[in-house]
Design a protein around this ligand. Structure first.
Ligand code: NI
Length: 135
């Protein structure tokens, strides 16, 4: 079994804000991440698939095709966008790194068919990232 990872990047704006709470509670929990006029990140997205290399080609999947899928399903929908208002697969969810990672995994799971999706990792900042393995 080999694990193969493709990296993509996007930048996007967001705000951590629970509409069921007042401003005070939001700032208590999320700090400056709750700032009214949003803020942005340069995100890195790591998508890992797993499988055994095809004996004829030596590859698990075509990384160029995987990249095309990630761009179509994720990057085109989120890059230079506001995650809280513009991204269909994040509707109704707090735009935490955790939720974003799970949502991206679930989107990609639907469309990656020629090998198995193993992990999605979202690096929000140099110091903060989340990983999801599907459970
Ligand atoms: Ni943030």
């Amino acid at each position: 079994m080999v694990f193969l990872t493709r990296r993509e990047t996007f930048n996007a704006a967001h705000r951590l804000f629970n509409p069921n709470w007042d401003d005070e509670k939001n700032f208590e929990v999320f700090g400056v991440c709750a700032n009214k006029n949003y803020h942005g990140h340069n995100y890195e997205l790591f998508v890992t698939v797993k499988g055994n290399p095809n004996p004829e080609t030596g590859i698990i999947t075509n990384l160029k095709e995987l990249s095309t899928i990630i761009k179509k399903e994720i990057i085109d929908k989120i890059d230079h966008k506001n995650i809280d208002s513009d991204v269909d697969f994040m509707k109704g969810q707090l735009s935490t790194t955790e939720n974003l990672t799970m949502a991206i995994f679930n989107e990609l799971k639907k469309v990656i068919t020629d090998c198995e999706l193993h992990r999605v990792k979202v690096q929000e900042t140099e110091n903060n990232s989340a990983e999801y393995f599907g459970e």
